[in-house]
Design a protein around this ligand. Sequence first.
Ligand SMILES: NC(=O)c1ccc[n+]([C@@H]2O[C@H](COP(=O)([O-])OP(=O)(O)OC[C@H]3O[C@@H](n4cnc5c(N)ncnc54)[C@H](O)[C@@H]3O)[C@@H](O)[C@H]2O)c1
Length: 257
Amino acid sequence: MDLLKGKTGLVLGVANHRSLAWHIAGACSRAGARVILTYQNDRLGENVRELTKGLQDAMTFPCDVTDDDDLAALAQFVGENAPKLDFLVHSLAWARREELEGEFLTTSREGYREAHDVSVYSLVALARLARPFLRAGGGGSVLALTFHGSQRVFPGYNVMGTAKASLEAAVRYLAHDLGPDNIRVNALSPGPVRTLAASGVKGLVRMLDLYRQRAPLRRAPDPAEIADAALFLLSHLGRGVTGEILYVDGGYHLTAV
Ligand SMILES: NC(=O)c1ccc[n+]([C@@H]2O[C@H](COP(=O)([O-])OP(=O)(O)OC[C@H]3O[C@@H](n4cnc5c(N)ncnc54)[C@H](O)[C@@H]3O)[C@@H](O)[C@H]2O)c1
């Protein structure tokens, strides 16, 4: 129950109550952690602040990860409120809707750049931002969220597939850089869950059906199962694990036909 007692974490990517970041933040809070939640913009802020009232000692702060001024302001906020940080959760991704349909071949230069900037470079920037605060706490855990579209073709996932492949490589490079500071860097790779981001991917309903039919566990993951796997990697239970991609997909990635 008290896996994260006395710990403080920064969680990025809550848009609403369906967000995987929200499920993870809730699990961390129930496990005893104090969490700082960020939200992308004012439009989402009100809802996130309202949700956060349900978490003990939680704080919120705005941050658009493509804006260097926002990142600098976040660093200052963390310095003032959580100079000893224990974990960071990066649960965000974005691509233009038109890049998530039709052929990958038609991906535009700008669409490719934006998707990788928001969904991948932000992990590098945030890990750099968090490093001194994690170091001050004697080390810590960084967790990103990826998807199997990085390794296999899911028609329509398109530019997010290349972004997630890059994200997974970034996890390994960051794990190498930050390991000597006792900072671990891992990613969860969940199967499909109905969220705002997932609704932008064509064929979500069919994908959920396929997971129910073919995954060894005969289901797509429940958000609570994803949050539990996050707790493992964020807590001392995962202390020997870094640079790893942990699938929480009912085993779907094992299947061929
Ligand atoms: N839902 C799924 O099926 C699924 C499966 C595997 C992996 N994932 C990954 O989980 C993570 C969370 O997605 P989700 O499904 O919870 O959807 P979500 O829509 O709830 O979360 C995505 C978040 O990204 C944030 N975001 C987008 N652009 C941003 C920016 N410029 N600055 C700051 N924040 C920004 C949004 O505000 C939102 O909070 C993503 O990395 C996603 O790829 C989701």
